[in-house]
Design a protein around this ligand. Structure first.
Ligand code: K7E
Ligand code: CUA
Length: 865
């Protein structure tokens, strides 16, 4: 046997692993490394991100979906995509924007009566309790059409969209306050608060910036617009923001650019915006006491009402010592409050420094009313030097910061240098730099901007992906790069292309903090969380007509839609309420009617509504769009739309030869016999489950519950079958017996899954060699003839090692060279009996060793097969 030349593999494989196993895996590994051109460090990095099948990630990332107006969910460290969530954009898989309930949410995002079907999502935020993520709610902003959406992490569905009533664009959102009482949203491009025309020459007088302080109810997860207000600010372009925590709780911080208040005009010969807006050396950091302003906003004399929304004018905020400005290096980008709330780091795109402000110093200046002046709008300006803890030269284009669990440590993205820099903001010292691919924007740390950062990893969210991935045309995917920060220095592990818009920012949370449910209470309107008025239980299905309005109360369950025919008149207004009666996990049914631009996704327990006018005559199949069962294709029906003003000639009935009574009886008997033998199989599985105390294992008992949900429907069908038989309608009796068989198949399907799951929990743990052996057994095709626990086209291999003297030896020899043993009397007898010869599958010695280990494991657990 070959030996792998390096020591690192034995480290990789662990010292406890036996030498044979190690060396056979080593051989395989060195072969793969050679074939794929991987270095040792590549393999280590792969091992740090690889999740074997069934293993889940430690962190879950919620990334903005950029211009897709959606959210992207993926796992860390595997970087496996888990879900897209429809937010500002219709998303057909989830029925989002196609059924009435979700349309209602999507349409909350209409602006001035206009439907908007996309969003430029930038900054997601997770709800917090005491400055730490609580895993309940997720919000995200839309820069283009100033809006914020709320997603419920109990089911990952969008529940609310609020439009900013006074801004015309925004960027500095969304930021939760430390107990999720409020969400901060700062404007971007200054514009008049009202909806009227104001000439650009009146920019300084009529255009405004600001920060909206949305009231949020963390119990129900909804923004309360009536209890929210906007702080009027000068027409500086407000930018990224952050809310204070710890000692700065109650305060908000917002960057700005264009304090020059330049308005461009290339077309009239003026220098462009980019020149005029970055003329001054400094811009202003806005510091405001949102908590105090919230209290003030409750008194009508402190607010102006614009577009039905409360606005606190600048002079009121100033008079109440609640709004201040501090100079900051020009054209800043991120402002990020540290885990304690004392320090805020501001990065300037055009400055090589990061500026660390000390909130304690800021507060002192405010307390002593120590101002260096006022801006043109009368807002007091604090001294920059006296507010600063210090500045550090980091590199070109610092943008955003993420904190580490180590006191004083922070990671900052360098846009121009394409680097991540690790530094200490207390000691003002650079520690380490890591090259990333082109033009990093945000960074996502693991809970990296909470009061409890986890370290472990950060993700570089890069703007470009030139030459990183297979070329898919001029529009390239984005590139998220995972960096290991658990060591002394950073180590870039892996790239992941993101094919859905430019995600500016992403947030990551420990997976253990998320507890989404797997089913809804029966008949839930999932967008409101309430019982749906169209909730329909089995047996309640019906079609009601009231003039031109037709209401269908429908149910879906494997594998039928009830009703299966809906006949209406052209011009009728149709409402279909659909309830998915399933209780089983992951048994979603989709529903669509051909040609009607409708679709809904019905997860177990959900009720949703489709509404349409049957405006064209014809026959329209409807069907389930999720491959939900073996009879999924049969899960269909017809919408028949007839014109009431037309006469239809009935087609000649085709004369079909019918079955004789004897033939019918024979078919009935056969069907019943099949059902009886299927039931015997089910009973044997049930006995196995009971004997092995399935109730003690939650995963298994959940599956058994699902199975009985199916099985318990059988007596009802049996009654119908017997009644039909009694009336002499054998045809119908056969169909009901067939239905019983369908229910049995579904029961057996889940029942066997339960049995497998139970075997997996109670069987002894497989050694890694046995695991490989099972794979070799399957891949070598052995299971084509040998079924464990059963005699099939070859002997059952349970106990095979004990059937022969020196069994291990005997079996090894037989696998390696079966031909040499065809004459052995035992083998000869077997060949005669099965009429088959054991073929030579050309297994390696290692594979045979592994298979032997697997067979030993089979013997240890023989009682389970
Ligand atoms: Cu957070 Cu792109 Cu909106 Cu910086 S922004 S990258
Ligand atoms: Cu239900 Cu396919």
């Amino acid at each position: 046997m070959k030996r792998f030349p390096s020591k690192f593999l034995s480290v990789l494989l662990g010292t406890a692993v036996g030498a044979t196993i190690a060396s056979s895996a080593t051989n395989e590994l060195s072969k793969v490394m050679k074939e794929r051109g991987l270095s040792e460090i590549d393999v280590v990095r792969a091992a740090k991100t690889y999740n074997p099948t069934g293993v889940k990630d430690k962190y879950v990332v919620f990334s903005s979906g950029g211009q897709s107006g959606q959210m992207i969910v993926y796992g860390v460290p595997s970087m496996r995509l888990l879900k897209y969530i429809g937010v500002f954009t219709p998303e057909p898989w989830q029925g989002y924007g196609f059924d009435e309930e979700s349309k209602k949410v999507l349409r909350q995002g209409n602006i001035r009566g206009r439907e908007i079907n996309w969003g430029d999502t930038h900054h997601p935020a997770l709800s917090e309790t005491d400055g730490k993520y609580d895993g309940k709610w997720l919000v995200i902003n839309d820069k283009a059409n100033p809006r914020i959406a709320v997603i419920d992490l109990a089911d990952f569905e969008t529940k609310q969209i609020v439009v900013n009533p006074v801004f015309k664009s925004e960027h500095g959102g969304s930021f939760f306050t430390q107990n999720s009482e409020h969400i901060l949203e700062a404007a971007q491009y200054a514009a008049p608060f009202d909806n009227n025309y104001h000439p650009i020459e009146e920019y300084k007088e009529a255009y405004r910036g600001g920060v909206t302080v949305w009231k949020f109810d963390p119990k129900i997860g909804r923004i309360k617009p009536k209890d929210s207000f906007t702080i009027e600010m000068p027409p500086y372009m407000q930018d990224l923001s952050d809310s204070g925590k710890g000692i700065s709780d109650g305060w908000g911080f917002t960057n700005s650019f264009n304090t020059e208040m330049y308005t461009g005009g290339i077309e009239i010969g003026m220098p462009p915006n980019e020149a005029g807006m970055s003329r001054n050396d400094t811009d202003f950091l806005h510091v405001y006491n949102w908590k105090k302003l919230y209290e003030l906003s409750k008194d009508a004399k402190n607010v102006k009402i614009i577009n039905d929304h409360k606005v606190i004018p600048m002079d009121i905020a100033v008079k109440n010592d609640a709004l201040f400005l501090i100079p900051e290096p020009k054209s800043p980008h991120g402002v990020d409050v540290d885990p304690t709330g004392q320090y805020l780091i501001v990065c300037g795109k055009l400055d090589t420094h990061a500026s660390v402000y000390d909130f304690k110093k800021i507060k002192k200046l405010i307390k002593n009313k120590e101002y260096v002046g006022k801006d043109p709008y009368g807002i007091p300006i604090l001294d920059m030097k006296k507010s600063l803890h210090g500045q550090v030269e980091l590199g070109l284009g610092p943008l955003h910061n993420q904190y580490s669990p180590v006191d004083g440590e922070v990671y900052t993205s360098l846009y121009v240098d394409s680097q991540v820099v690790k530094w200490n903001f207390k000691k003002l010292k650079v520690i380490d730099k890591e090259n990333v691919h082109y033009n990093i924007g945000h960074l996502a740390g693991m809970e990296g901007k909470t009061a409890d950062p986890q370290g472990d990893y950060i993700i570089a969210l890069n703007k470009l992906s030139i030459d990183r991935f297979q070329n898919v045309g001029p529009l390239h995917p984005q590139n998220h790069q995972l960096i290991d920060i658990s060591g002394k220095t950073m180590d870039l592990l892996v790239d992941m292309p993101l094919p859905l818009g430019e995600p500016h920012q992403a947030v990551a949370i420990r997976a253990s903090k998320l507890h989404p449910h797997v089913r809804y209470e029966m008949g839930t309107n999932t967008r409101t969380g309430e019982q749906h008025i169209g909730k329909t239980l089995a047996g309640e299905e019906r079609i009601e007509r009231d003039g031109k309005n037709v209401t269908v109360y429908a149910t879906l369950v494997r594998s039928h839609i009830n009703p299966e025919r809906i006949t209406v008149n052209k011009g009728d207004k149709v409402t279909i309420y659909m309830t998915n009666l399933e209780r089983a996990q992951d048994e979603t049914h989709g529903f669509t009617i051909d040609n009607y631009d409708l679709h809904s996704s019905l997860e177990p327990g959900k009720t949703a509504t489709l509404k349409f006018e049957a405006d064209i005559e014809g026959v329209f199949p409807y069907y389930c769009t999720e491959f939900c069962s073996a009879l999924h294709l049969e899960m269909m029906g017809y919408l028949l739309v007839k014109d009431p003003n037309k006469k239809y000639e009935s087609a000649q009935k085709l004369k079909m030869k019918s079955m004789t009574p004897e033939e019918l009886k024979a078919e009935y008997d056969k069907t019943v016999a099949v059902n009886n033998s299927t039931d015997a199989v089910i009973q044997s599985v049930v006995k196995f489950l009971k004997d092995n105390k399935y109730q003690e294992h939650k995963v298994v008992s959940d599956l058994v519950t699902d199975a009985f949900d199916q099985y318990n429907q059988i007596p009802e069908q049996k009654k119908k079958a017997n009644a039909a038989l009694k009336e002499g309608d054998v045809e119908k009796a056969i169909l009901f017996e067939n239905m019983i068989w369908q229910l049995m198949v579904k029961t057996a399907d889940v029942g066997i899954r339960a049995k497998d799951a139970l075997v997996r929990v109670i069987a002894t743990k497989q050694s890694s060699s046995a695991v490989r052996g099972e794979t070799a057994f399957a891949e070598g095709g052995c299971n084509g003839c040998h079924v464990i626990g059963k005699v099939s086209s070859g002997p059952d291999l349970t106990g095979v090692l004990m059937r022969h003297e020196n069994g291990v030896d005997w079996v090894s020899r037989f696998i390696l060279s079966p031909e040499s043993m065809y004459k052995d009397p035992y083998v000869k007898a077997m060949i005669d009996y099965f009429n088959l010869k054991m073929p030579n599958q050309h297994m390696s010695e290692e594979e045979v060793d592994d298979i032997i280990e697997y067979l030993k494991w089979v013997d240890e657990n023989a009682n389970l097969f």
